[in-house]
Design a protein around this ligand. Structure first.
Ligand code: CP
Ligand code: NVA
Length: 301
């Protein structure tokens, strides 16, 4: 694995190996002797806000022996129009790896190809691969695995997190139900790209998606960059909230997951979030462990 640009670019066996490595690194935290990033400096270039991703990568790089440099793209010449490919060729000669959060997936792909250094997608409009690795790790810890289980996603079914879930279902074969109103269902071109597999079901009925699900999953209804559409989104997505009514339809031992940040009373009710807080914050913690697994795999190449 040279980069982590998307779940799409990973194979099923690669995903499973990263999750197993994340679980091992978690168990050995503070005791593992490996320092695979020793002597390295990684750059984090962020165009969008972040709490979890930024902190987990800053801690993760350091725990693996490396150093990290946080760069807000607004403070860089990038923010004044310097091309990505020039920025990439400069940084590629100075730092050992890059972690990028931005809008266009093509910007991260271009950085990876021009910089020559391992590059990680820390969220684009198209995918959030680090999130889904941590989510799968949590499903494995809590439920023993995803095989034979149904995962149900509610809300903006065309957002980065939903798309990465769809690719994970394609690569790993579990059942994924995406419940969204028509305007927020995965685009037809995207469904073509994933090959319209029978294990990925799209429905406008949240009850159908929740039925028998082992995991109820949601994300904010207003992703970063979509703020101008907030009013419309909040109105049309209202029936897709994860609340007690929906949860009663899920499998008896279901878990609730949220990539966070959560907006209570919108995509998730306060009662459900607090009832499942242990699993939701375990999921947030797993960002650190899963990403350490990614960093270690990238420098092993
Ligand atoms: N879930 C997630 O990526 O959180 P941040 O936006 O806080 O990094
Ligand atoms: N879909 C959300 C994820 C936030 C972690 C966004 O892009 O803002």
């Amino acid at each position: 694995m040279k980069h982590l640009l998307s779940i799409e670019a990973l194979g099923g066996a690669e995903i499973e190996a990263l999750i197993d490595s994340g679980i091992r690194l978690k168990a050995e935290r503070g005791r593992h002797a490996e320092q695979p990033l020793a002597g390295q400096v990684w750059a984090m270039i962020f165009t969008k806000s972040s709490t979890r991703t930024r902190v987990s990568f800053e801690v993760g790089v350091r725990e693996l022996g490396g150093d990290v440099m946080f760069l807000s793209s607004n403070d860089m010449q990038l923010g004044r129009g310097e091309p990505i490919k020039d920025t990439a060729r400069v940084l590629g000669r100075m730092v050992h790896g890059a972690i990028i959060r931005t809008f266009a997936q093509s910007d991260v792909d271009e950085f990876a190809s021009y910089s020559g250094i391992p590059t990680i997608n820390a969220l684009t409009d198209e995918e959030h691969p680090c999130q889904i690795l941590a989510d799968l790790m949590t499903v494995k810890e809590r439920l023993g695995g995803w095989e034979g289980r149904k995962i149900a996603f509610f809300g903006d079914g065309d957002c980065n997190v939903a798309r990465s879930w769809a690719w994970a279902a394609v690569r790993l074969g579990f059942e994924l139900a995406i419940a969204a109103p028509e305007a927020f269902q995965p685009r037809s071109e995207f469904l073509d790209r994933i090959g319209r597999p029978s294990n990925v079901v799209v429905t406008d009925d949240p009850k159908v998606a929740a039925g028998g699900a082992a995991v109820l999953y949601t994300d904010t209804w207003v992703s970063m960059g979509k703020e101008a559409e907030a009013a419309e989104r909040l109105e049309v997505l209202a029936p897709y909230q994860i609340n007690n009514d929906l949860a009663t339809l899920a499998a008896p031992s279901h878990i609730v997951q949220h990539c966070l940040p959560a907006y209570r009373g919108k995509e998730i009710s306060e009662a459900i979030l607090e009832a499942h807080a242990e699993a939701i914050f375990q999921e947030a913690e797993n960002r650190l462990h899963a990403q350490k697994a990614v960093l270690a795999a990238l420098v092993r190449e």
